[in-house]
Design a protein around this ligand. Structure first.
Ligand SMILES: [Fe+2]
Length: 283
């Protein structure tokens, strides 16, 4: 069993600065980190799927590093549209968080029963995704190299969301990705962020899990082109549980008082007895 925790779109600013003058993204990340450290069983690895910072500034990245340093398990990051990968390479040098090389800014983690391929969909000076030939070739080569079950992490969702302003990048940019993934059935799951809303879909036959943001949520109408609303609330971390060669995924809050609110403690009935009641047996 391996447990991968995903958080995304943390949008960290310099210490003391609030996003849009009202959203304390640092506090939201601090709370996510505390929840991850409390989780039992302990997760094996944490992946932050991009938009680590709001602005491509060293003080934002230093603040991000300070906030994730308390994470008690291996943590990895990928670039989002707000992150400039070449700058990330400089800032994260000397940390284990971004073991990417120049050209593609992508990397492989092979320390678990599944491989993680960390991709880069950043396109300079735009919110829109990019996935050029060099990145695609890298993906193809790395998938050819091993048949081990694989999870792909990428910032932008390689699928249509049905939300017009999020689909502005079109579907062309992920056609190559789709073709390569389709040729490699070891790819079990694609995880992403970007849209500040949670959603599942598919690329080819592979499930895509898009996690809501740590910074704030966007609520967008479906099938109507109106501006979204922003809610100043984080979502809990997402847990991707690798189970029998597949992933099962979902929101995974882990509040500080979780032991007090366990149903056996609250009801005074033992867990064994509660399970017998669930099975319809009164004895
Ligand atoms: Fe974002």
């Amino acid at each position: 069993m391996t447990l991968l925790v995903q958080i995304t779109d943390t949008h960290i600013l310099p210490p003391g600065e609030l996003l849009y003058g009202e959203i304390d993204t640092a506090r939201h990340l601090q709370e996510a980190v505390a929840a991850i450290n409390r989780m039992r069983p302990r997760p094996d690895v944490v992946m932050v799927t991009g938009d680590l910072v709001e602005r491509n500034e060293e003080t934002c990245y230093r603040h991000f590093i300070d906030l994730v340093t308390p994470v008690e398990m291996p943590l990895y990051v990928i670039p989002g549209n707000h992150d400039y990968p070449d700058h990330m390479l400089e800032i994260f040098a000397g940390t284990p968080y971004f073991p990417a090389s120049k050209l593609t800014y992508q990397y492989v983690i092979d320390d678990f029963p599944f491989r993680i391929l960390a991709l880069n969909s950043h396109l300079d000076d735009t919110e829109l995704p990019g996935f050029d030939a060099a990145r695609l070739l890298w993906l193809h080569d790395n998938l050819r190299r091993s048949k081990k079950p694989t999870l792909i992490a990428i910032h932008h969702p390689p699928m249509r969301t049905g939300i017009e302003f999020l689909d502005m990048g079109g579907t062309e940019w992920f056609q190559g990705l789709k073709e390569v993934i389709t040729q490699h059935p070891q790819v079990k799951l694609v995880i992403c962020g970007h849209c500040h809303t949670d959603m599942t879909g598919r690329i080819g036959t592979v499930p895509v899990y898009m996690a809501g943001a740590v910074a704030h949520q966007l609520v967008a109408a479906r099938g109507a082109d109106v501006a979204p609303a922003s809610i100043n609330e984080p979502v809990p971390p997402v847990l991707h549980h690798y189970l029998n060669d597949e992933f099962v995924s979902g929101s995974h809050p882990w509040p500080a008082h979780i032991e007090e609110i366990r149903i056996d403690r609250k009801s005074g009935i033992s867990w064994e007895k509660l399970k017998r009641l669930m099975r319809g047996s009164l004895n």
